[in-house]
Write a protein that binds this ligand. Structure first.
Ligand SMILES: [Zn+2]
Length: 165
């Protein structure tokens, strides 16, 4: 029963008591894994998250980046704003909505920095959303879900989401 197996393997994060569930596609999880900072000299990577919305399921279909024009260092990632805007327009035409951002950290279990939380809040305030908030995913070295930090930022602040199987 391949479909049942696939269902059992999917990584889902319920959004509080809203009934909405964030679901990561296998392709997106593989993209995260491909950019894990396994060596101290490797730079942070990141990009944007694009989702299709089907009733209460927010299906993260694409994780973009990193891009040539991003600024990348072992402890810092600054995405190129023009590229971000171009991606949002491009994926919108394909029916996918910008729902948040991701980047890697050189930590086993990813934790957001104060700057990460501040950036998430300011991005939430200046962008349009289909969700009640903006997703922030940080990819640590340990395989997801343990190494992965997932949160939703709204007017009140950042709310960590926990994986449900
Ligand atoms: Zn960070």
């Amino acid at each position: 029963m391949p479909s049942l197996w696939r269902c059992a393997m999917s990584l889902r994060y319920p959004i509080g008591l809203s009934g909405e569930v964030v679901e990561f596609s296998d392709g997106v999880l593989t993209h995260f894994e491909n950019h894990i900072q396994r060596r101290c000299w490797q730079c942070e990577a990141g990009g944007q998250l694009f989702a299709s919305l089907d009733r209460n399921i927010v299906h993260i279909a694409v994780a973009s980046g990193p891009r040539d024009k991003d600024f990348r260092a072992p402890f810092l990632y600054v995405p190129n704003k023009a590229e971000e805007r171009r991606e949002i327009a491009h994926f919108y035409r394909l029916g996918l909505h910008y729902v948040g951002d991701w980047h890697t950290h050189p930590q086993d279990i990813a934790q957001p920095s104060a700057l990460d939380l501040k950036t998430a809040k300011s991005t939430f305030l200046r962008s349009k959303h289909m969700l009640g908030g903006l997703l922030l995913v940080i990819v640590g070295r340990v395989k997801a879900p343990r190494g992965l930090f997932v949160s939703l930022t709204d007017y009140e602040g950042s709310h960590r989401l926990d994986a449900a199987w």
